[in-house]
Every structure is written in structure tokens, then in C-alpha cells.
Design a protein around this ligand. Structure first.
Ligand code: PAF
Length: 281
């Protein structure tokens, strides 16, 4: 696997590949890779000649009191995992490469819808950081396909919108959520859970599954379902942030006529904020 730290380095390597007509797949990450990330690489390999992964813990998408400092940085292990799945290229820039004029004066990409509610309500500015860094990465890598995990459902929906609105010539490939045996969605932040919290952390998935099951059976009392699921999470010892039954595309509150529904949830443990979702068609 070739590793690049400089924008110019990866650009010229990919330029060669593009001239030869190679198809490029891209998997952006913040590192601390788990099986879920490796599945994204494998998915990208199915339809592309060259797969590029990026590892960059993007300061712009963390709030002041969030976990940017503690975010697990495991570069050596990540490189080994990527080499084991035959990832072709890794882009691992530092902050100077990504934000040469400083974070504060960085030009931003703002998506005017879908960013203020759900996760955006508790993490102001977060999605602006995501859309800005992903735009930059797309301009650097110029991939044909961008592979995103469905676990970050709102992020994915916003990136669809950004790509459409700004005419990025890239196609999104969606990857299923990769789960632990008990249903907990794999996440780099699961390492923050205490042993006791880890035992009960699949409650978020259980409650979302419970809601999905009720909707499948015809229950359309969405507000009551959201409240009951939040109560289940409280009883399991976590603080629910939100449980929302949404239209899958706009992420606005679902109406009783909506056919494509996503049930999204977020909850706090003592040191982690976990998210998950289930789609219903
Ligand atoms: O999902 C993530 O890991 C990040 O939000 C992303 C897309 C790599 C942007 O920093």
C-alpha cells in the first residue's frame, strides 16, 4: 500500500492512474479502523481498479467540548489492517496540508438543509466540518465512487445533497451497518464504553428495532413510539439524545403516508455518544 501525506503526492499518483483510465473508489475515515471500515474498502474494491482510504481526524467537525483530543489515533494498526485487505493507497495528511490557512479562516461548505436537527442539534457546526472536509477530499482524490457507511445516516443524506447541489462528479455507494454479535453498531467511539455500559449498549439497536417492528405491523403513532423507545434507553442506563422516525431522504419527521422511513437514534453513555439507525421500505 502506498502512503501519502502531501496533497501533491497523492494527486500526482492518482493523475497517472486517471490517465490510464483506472476507476477510483474512495473511503474517507478518521482512523481507528474496525471491521466496518474494512468492509467499506472491500465494497469499493468490487467496482473500482484503485481504492484510496483517507485517515484524517478532522478538527473542523468537532465541537469545542467534544472528543477531538481523545479521539483514538491508531495509525500503525490502521496501516496494517488496510494492507491486509489490499487497500491500494492511503492518504494521511496533517492539519497543515488540509487547512493551510488555519481552521478559522478555512472556506466552508454549508449545506442549508438537514444539518440543524437530529445530530446537528446537539453538535452545532459538525456537519459543516464534514461537508467542508469531504469536499476538499473529493477535490484532491477525484474518485468515481465515494463509499459511505449507512451507520452515519444523516451524514450520508447530507453528502448526497451536497454532491447533487455542487455537481461533484462522484457516485455514492452505500455500505450496510456492520454490527457486533449483540447488534451494537461498530464504531470507533465504542472504545469509550465502560465494561458495564458495553453490556447494555446494544439497547439503542434493540429500541430502534422495536420501533421498526411496530411500524411494520402498522403502528403510525410515531410520537408515542419515539417516546417509548427513549424510555427503554433510559431504563438501560443511558441518556437518549433523540429517537426520530423520519422520511429517509429529507430526514424530516415522517408522515403517516411516507413509504421510505428511517428510524434514527442517538444516546449518551458516560463518555460516548452513540448513533444508529434502521431503514424501512
Ligand atoms: O464518518 C467519518 O469518519 C467522518 O465524518 C468523515 C466522513 C471521514 C469526514 O471527516
Amino acid at each position: 500500500m502506498q502512503i501519502f501525506q502531501k496533497v501533491e503526492g497523492i494527486r500526482s499518483a492518482l493523475h497517472e492512474a486517471q490517465l490510464k483510465g483506472k476507476k477510483i473508489g474512495f473511503v474517507p475515515t478518521m482512523g481507528n479502523l474496525h471491521q466496518g471500515h474494512l468492509e467499506l474498502i472491500k465494497l469499493a474494491q468490487k467496482t473500482n481498479d484503485i481504492v484510496v482510504c483517507s485517515i484524517f481526524v478532522n478538527g473542523l467537525q468537532f465541537g469545542l467540548h467534544e472528543d477531538w483530543d481523545q479521539y483514538p489515533r491508531t495509525f500503525e494498526e490502521d496501516c496494517k489492517k488496510l494492507a491486509d485487505v489490499s487497500c491500494d493507497m492511503l492518504f494521511h495528511p496533517d492539519e497543515n496540508q488540509m487547512y493551510p490557512n488555519g481552521l478559522d479562516s478555512q472556506t466552508r461548505v454549508i449545506c442549508s438543509s438537514m444539518t440543524d436537527y437530529l445530530c446537528g442539534a446537539s453538535r452545532p457546526g459538525h456537519f459543516e466540518g464534514v461537508t467542508t472536509v469531504v469536499s476538499k477530499l473529493l477535490n484532491i482524490i477525484k474518485p468515481h465512487e465515494l463509499v459511505l457507511g449507512r451507520k452515519d445516516y444523516q451524514q450520508m443524506a447530507i453528502l448526497y445533497r451536497m454532491i447533487e447541489d455542487l455537481c461533484f462528479p462522484v457516485r455514492i455507494i452505500e455500505a450496510e451497518i456492520h454490527r457486533e454479535v449483540d447488534g451494537l453498531a461498530m464504531s470507533s467511539r465504542n472504545v469509550y464504553l465502560s465494561a458495564l455500559e458495553r453490556q447494555n449498549a446494544s439497547q439503542l439497536y434493540k429500541s430502534l428495532s422495536w420501533v421498526a417492528g411496530k411500524i411494520r405491523l402498522g403502528d403510525r403513532n410515531f410520537i408515542a413510539l419515539e417516546k417509548e423507545a427513549a424510555d427503554q434507553i433510559k431504563k438501560a442506563g443511558f441518556q437518549p439524545d433523540y429517537i426520530s422516525i423520519c422520511n429517509s431522504r429529507t430526514l424530516e419527521m415522517a408522515t403517516i403516508d411516507d413509504c421510505d422511513i428511517a428510524v434514527l437514534g442517538a444516546m449518551y453513555s458516560s463518555a460516548a455518544r452513540l448513533i444508529d439507525n434502521i431503514s424501512l421500505h
